[in-house]
Ligand binder design. Structure first.
Ligand SMILES: [Zn+2]
Length: 97
């Protein structure tokens, strides 16, 4: 799991969606085991890069990433449906609810 510095924000819709993305990878990792996860991730990247010749697109098109993007988008869309695009608890340091 990787969250870039400054991107961890569980009080924002974007932050929660990003955490969902990373938790999807944790679930994939748990389901597949480290060897298969790494093999499919790396193979997917190299296969895509062979065709795309674009490192960012090759990364985006990895099947394991596609699943995580789908979960991230699903969570973001549903939170936005409930709260709009405005973050429900933008400046609090402790959880709201
Ligand atoms: Zn990812």
């Amino acid at each position: 799991m990787y969250i870039a510095p400054g991107d961890y924000n569980p009080n924002s819709i974007r932050g929660v969606s990003l955490i969902a993305h990373e938790l999807t990878h944790a679930q994939q990792f748990q389901d597949m085991g480290i060897n298969d996860f790494v093999a499919w991730y790396v193979f997917g990247y190299l296969f895509n890069y062979y065709w795309d010749r674009d490192s960012y697109q090759a990364y985006r098109d990895i099947a394991l990433e596609q699943e995580a993007w789908d979960v991230e988008d699903y969570i973001r869309r549903n939170l936005e449906k409930k709260f709009g695009t405005k973050d429900p608890c933008p400046k609090q340091t402790k959880p709201c609810g």
